[in-house]
Design a protein around this ligand. Structure first.
Ligand SMILES: [Zn+2]
Length: 286
């Protein structure tokens, strides 16, 4: 019974407030009634004095900060220097990350990729025949049954060995990389075919193995069925993250520079204000 607890809680809170309310309202009334004339001025003076003393402490704090900021060795300069070092590191990383390394590439034959089966429905599946090897992809039926149908489900490879598509003349150092690339590119193709079918879009006329491993125009490495180069995508993502970091550090450094400048610039005015406040305090006998 959560609502009962809530009501009880609200009542308890009200009960707790009740006795204090009349007391709070009665105090100023009583005070005003008993100290009508002469002492009213001195209460005002005391309040003003307390306010001035608070102001004095605040201005003194600004002056202390300003003097600290004017010193040759100050916390702002140290932070600015540290941020500068971090910026240099990020710039060097960005320089390194923007260098395009030649991507891995080896030619693949133009073997036909035949769509053996393309089924869309509760559970979609795609079967492709390439050079005598069958590659099957299907959605996980468990996920469909659980009602996760708002987003399209991921296809998963069910059969087929992409290593069988790696040409025998592939350098040994590239064989595994090419096998991995073809596995990923086949999944991209199967997903594209499934999506086109679901969206009633025409299927590609003819597909060959070459379409799954064309060279990237930037780094020369393999691109997948959609033309995505993993090496370039990774480089772009890394550069994006480094640029964001560079921007964040620049903003932070500018904020420190500005803060320090404001503190130093505000010193003469703060000193004048402190004098005025101190004069006023002395006048009130503080
Ligand atoms: Zn590339």
């Amino acid at each position: 019974m959560i609502w009962r607890q809530l009501i009880r809680k609200t009542r308890t809170a009200e009960d707790a407030r009740e006795p204090s309310q009349p007391a709070a309202t009665s105090t100023p009334v009583e005070a005003a009634a008993s100290n009508e004339s002469a002492s009213a001025g001195s209460i005002q003076d005391q309040r003003r004095l307390a306010g001035l003393q608070r102001q004095q402490r605040a201005i003194q704090f600004d002056i202390d900060q300003g003097e600290l900021a004017s010193a040759a060795d100050n916390p702002w300069s140290s932070r600015i220097a540290l941020l500068g070092e971090a910026l240099d590191t990020v710039k060097a990383d960005l320089e390194r990350a923007s260098r395009v390394e030649p991507g891995p590439w080896h030619d693949v034959p133009s073997s036909t990729v035949e769509i053996a089966q393309l089924k869309t429905g509760d559970v979609s599946s795609v079967s492709l025949d390439i050079a005598g090897e069958r590659f099957e992809f299907a959605e996980d039926p468990d996920w469909a049954e659980r009602g996760h149908q708002l987003a399209r489900l991921e296809l998963t490879p069910r059969s087929g060995d992409p290593m069988r598509l790696v040409p025998p003349n592939t350098p040994s150092g590239l064989r595994d990389a090419l096998g991995d690339h073809l596995a990923a590119s086949l999944l991209v193709l199967a997903t594209d075919l499934r999506d086109r079918s679901l969206d009633n879009e025409p299927l590609p006329d003819a597909i060959s193995l070459t379409d799954l491993a064309r060279p990237c125009p930037i780094c020369g490495g393999w691109t997948d069925w959609r033309g995505t180069c993993q090496a370039c995508a990774h480089r772009q993502a890394l550069m994006g993250a480094l640029r964001r970091e560079e921007g964040r550090l620049l903003d932070e450094r500018n904020a420190e520079v500005e803060h320090r400048h404001k503190l130093v610039e505000g010193l003469p005015l703060a000193r004048r204000r402190l004098k005025d406040v101190e004069t006023e305090i002395a006048r009130l006998g503080g």
